[in-house]
Structures are given as C-alpha cells and as structure tokens.
Design a protein around this ligand. Structure first.
Ligand code: SAH
Length: 343
C-alpha cells in the first residue's frame, strides 16, 4: 500500500482528485501531515468527516514508537531509538548548535556497504526506509523536544544513495514550502560514494550539501576500509564531485575518519591534498570512534592537528568534527546495535 506521508504534493493532489475531491483539499491535508505534523486524521478539523474516514480506510497513519531516549549531560545531545510499524528499530540524533537544532536521521534499517569501522553495517541491510519514515524521525523529535529543527543531516544508519528514490521524495517533501520547509542549504546528505547517484542528484540541481565519506588518500587504503572503493575509484568519485559542484555551485564536504597508524600520517595528508586541491571543498576530520567489534584506534590529538595543518598548507579548508554526546552511545549505529545485542 502507498503511504500518504511519502507522497509529494503533486502525488497527493492526484490521489485527492481521484477521490472526487477538489484539489485544494490536498493543500489542507499536506499542511496537517507535513507542517502541523499531526498523528491522526481526527485532528484535520477543516477536512470533512467523510473524507477523513475515507482517507483513514485507504491510507492509515502510524507513528514511530519511542523505545529509548538518551540525553548527554555534556552538551544536551539526544539519541532516540524508534520502533517502526513492522517492529524494526532505528536511531536518530538531535543536536543543539548555535545556529539551530540539527537532526541526524537514518535512511535504512541496517546497511549493506560494509565499511570496516562502522557499527551500522555489521548486521547487514534489513530494508529501506520509506520517505515517510525518514520524515517521521524529524517530526517526532520536533514534537518530543518542542523545539524547531532547522538543519537535517542524512548521516545516520544506512546509505542514502542505496535508497535513492525514497531519499528524493523525502528531500522534496522536507523542503516543500507547504511542509516543514527546511531550507535546502540546511540539508546534508552523506554518501560512501555511489558514483552514478552523485551524477543523478547533481542533475536535480538542489541546493543541498553533499558529503562524501572518503577516509583514505588512495584506492588501496580505501579498499581496505570501504568495500565500495572496489567499485568506484577515487578518480571516478572526484570527477563526479566536480560535476556536482558545476551543476549546483555547492561546495563539497569530504569526511575523513582518522584511524591511528592507518590513514593519519603526513604522507597520507600530502597524498590526499594532491588529489583534492583545486576542488571547491571542505574536509571534516573525524577521529574514528572505536567500536567494540573492531580494533581500530583513534588517532592521537597531535596527529589530528598535524594532519589538519598539513592540509591547510595546501590551502584546503579543514575542520575537526566536534564530538557530540560523547557520554551516550555516540558513534553511528551504536545505540541501535547495543539495543539489538541485548534484546
Ligand atoms: N552511508 C553514508 C552515511 C552514514 S555514515 C556514508 O557512508 O556517508 C556517516 C559518516 O560516519 C560516514 O562518513 C561514515 O564513514 C562515518 N562513520 C561511521 N562509523 C564511524 C566511526 N566508527 N567513526 C567515525 N566515523 C564513522
């Protein structure tokens, strides 16, 4: 069955018209679903009872069930574990920054990309999330915290480009002025680098930020960390990034998780800089979050600084990711993983 919350505005209009209703009704329903983010049709007071009942029969609404909330005592970051209608659990993170509140959402239940350092991929992929399930993570968090969300990052569990169709719908609904109307510039989608999808998204000409999980300065090292690197070379990946910039004018972000003795030497920094210099980009260094199942060790603080300084010598813009919620199951997928291990 099609999910009414996963319908873009034109799709909803079509459904409403097929029900023999005036098309302006679609605007009212969209407003209740995506701006007021109500959880039931009974709240839609300007929609006739007959239509509400018809909608409820054909397109039942459901909510995410909150299983667990962890709040950081250090910075107020909250981690949410939600249960989906079919019983699977996903996690989302809420972070407060000076410029506003940001939510990090999951795009899949599990992940099949197999990155060696990541907890989210250990159990493989269970299924894709629908656009509605991606949206509901944000709606639910906004309702629970009573705080407006201004930024969204698709950086939780899952590979968004492995769920491309639903991702696009999600982006269209989230940025629709009739819905939450999150600014495109305040949305970041992070990918391990599925090259054909980068070209496709570029052609959409949206103003969202694309973050690429690079994590290594050459193909050999990248292949050892990320299986996807065996499918697409760094050269192909960077060509796609250049195209993304040409089409959208958006500066790219490269994520680079620093693993001690693996990808954090001065030679690694030189090699990385040689590859990306000249590209309009920004590098976000993330000292790798050690996970129980693997033996990766976080780089020393001084090595992180040295790596940063080296890139900066090439004129590359670099930040070190501020770790949020260190005292709660911080790294990607760890809350969900520890829940699954216990249950
Ligand atoms: N699949 C997407 C988005 C989810 S992962 C992607 O690969 O980009 C979000 C980011 O966290 C990615 O850059 C990922 O490589 C990184 N990441 C995952 N586990 C990590 C860990 N244990 N320590 C540091 N970064 C990690």
């Amino acid at each position: 069955m099609r999910d009414i919350r996963s319908m873009t505005f034109p799709e909803l209009q079509e459904v409403v018209e097929q029900m023999g209703e005036k098309s302006f009704k679609a605007g009212q329903i969209f407003d209740w679903l995506h701006k007021k983010t109500v959880s039931g049709y009974d709240r839609m007071t300007n929609v006739s009872k007959a239509l509400r009942e018809k909608l409820a029969g054909e397109y039942p609404l459901y909510e995410l069930e909150t299983v667990q909330v962890q709040t950081s005592k250090i910075d107020g970051t909250k981690k949410f574990l939600f249960r989906l209608q079919d019983g699977h659990v996903i996690e989302s993170v809420w972070m407060q920054y000076q410029h506003g509140n940001s939510v990090c959402i999951s795009s899949q239940v599990g992940c099949r990309m197999g990155c060696r350092f990541c907890a989210s991929t250990i159990g493989g992929l269970t299924r894709n999330l629908t656009a509605a399930e991606m949206l509901l993570q944000i709606y639910r968090i906004q309702n629970l915290t009573k705080e407006r969300v201004s930024n969204v990052v698709v950086m939780g569990t899952g590979e968004p480009f492995d769920n491309y169709g639903e991702l696009l719908k999600f982006l269209h609904i989230l940025t629709d002025e009739r819905g939450l109307h999150i600014s495109q510039r305040n949305i970041t989608v992070s990918t391990c680098g599925i090259v054909p999808r980068i070209y496709e998204l570029a052609d959409e000409k949206l103003q969202i930020t694309l973050a690429i999980s690079l994590h290594a300065p050459n193909d050999e090292k990248r292949k050892a960390l990320m299986p996807v690197a065996s499918r697409y070379s760094i050269r192909e990946l960077l060509a796609a990034c250049r195209y993304y910039f040409e089409q959208t004018g958006r500066r790219l972000t490269f994520e680079y998780s620093l693993v001690s003795g693996n990808n954090d030497s001065q030679q690694d920094a030189d090699e990385l800089a040689e590859k990306i210099k000249g590209l309009n980009c920004h590098v976000n260094l993330i000292p790798v979050n050690p996970i129980r199942e693997r033996s990766f060790v976080q780089s020393d603080k001084k090595d992180v600084e040295k790596f940063k300084n080296k890139l900066e010598k090439y004129g590359i813009n670099v930040t070190i990711r501020r770790e949020m919620g260190r005292d709660i199951d911080g790294a990607c997928g760890q809350l969900r993983k520890s829940y699954l291990d216990q249950n």
